[in-house]
Design a protein around this ligand. Structure first.
Ligand code: IPD
Ligand code: CA
Length: 261
């Protein structure tokens, strides 16, 4: 059976949403950011973008389920679930940092079969289908095999709960001391795309949420990155932590993660 052309459906939707959010970002006043928990920010643009994405995808797939950051889970008894982060990197968005993105994945049962991430400031669309490779603006991408193991650059982020923050701080401290650099770019979806395109070599996330990483995990995996939990086993949507890296970075990162339980 031929595979459904999800990209054809999602590309115009994600780009229209991204371009509209980008215009609003250029005029965004930081005073308008809202707190949705003690340490989680949200803007009206997150809410409006999510509504638009769900409305447009529902027009094509009215029977599919949805798991979206701002509105939660809407189950339709379908094996297909769209996993959506309308703005990944809301803190960056609110401080005029352009590193934010829109992330859309499609899972069948518990397996991600399609993912797309659009970065409005650089007009970059990353996408992947399971077992079909990863693409940046429709050109195939793969990790750089010739990367120098002494020059690896790492990234990290974390869930907003205390345990995840504690783990991330410990990881950052050890990694920052042992490598060229370890940075928090502030959008997990972008960090995953940057691993997929060998712009950085790893991302470590304790307490990752499915909407932050579902699309990016597939894109990175299809670009031949290792996609693992903190014990080095294959990551699944049920794993609470995720490590995505160039194979040359794997052992060094796992040895640090062993120390930070
Ligand atoms: C956040 C970003 C950030 C990560 C946070 C996420 P949001 O997403 O991905 O990099 O550290 O855990 O919540 O909240 O801006 O969509
Ligand atoms: Ca978000």
């Amino acid at each position: 059976m031929s595979q459904e052309n999800y990209l054809k459906i999602i590309e115009p939707i994600i780009k229209k949403a991204g371009k509209s959010a980008f215009k609003k970002w250029q005029k965004f006043d930081r005073q308008n950011v809202m707190l949705k928990g003690k340490k989680d920010l949200v803007t009206q643009i997150d809410l409006d973008t999510e509504k638009y994405l769900i409305k447009e995808i529902k027009k094509v797939y009215p029977n599919h389920s949805f798991l979206a950051e701002e509105s939660g889970e809407k189950t339709n008894n379908s094996p297909f679930t769209w996993i959506i982060d309308p703005i990944d990197g809301t803190t960056n968005f609110s401080i005029k940092n352009p590193l934010w993105s829109i992330s859309i994945a499609l899972a069948k049962e518990n397996e991600i079969i399609f993912g797309a991430i659009y970065i409005p400031f650089s007009d970059e669309l990353f996408h992947a289908y399971k077992n079909k490779g990863a693409y940046l603006n429709k050109k195939k991408i793969k990790l750089n095999k010739n990367i120098n193991a002494n020059k690896l650059i790492h990234t990290y982020c974390h869930g907003s709960d205390k345990k995840s923050r504690d783990k991330a701080i410990k990881y950052y401290t050890l990694q920052k001391q042992s490598s060229v650099d370890c940075r928090q770019l502030g959008s997990a979806a972008i960090e995953l795309c940057y691993v997929a395109s060998s712009r950085v070599d790893s991302i470590v996330i304790p307490g990752a949420k499915a909407w932050d990483i579902a699309a990016g995990a597939l894109i990175a995996k299809e670009a031949h990155a290792n996609v693992l939990d903190f014990k080095g086993k294959a990551w699944t949507l049920n794993s609470s932590d995720i490590l995505v890296c160039h194979p040359k970075a794997k052992n060094q990162i796992l040895s640090i993660l062993k120390k930070i339980k």
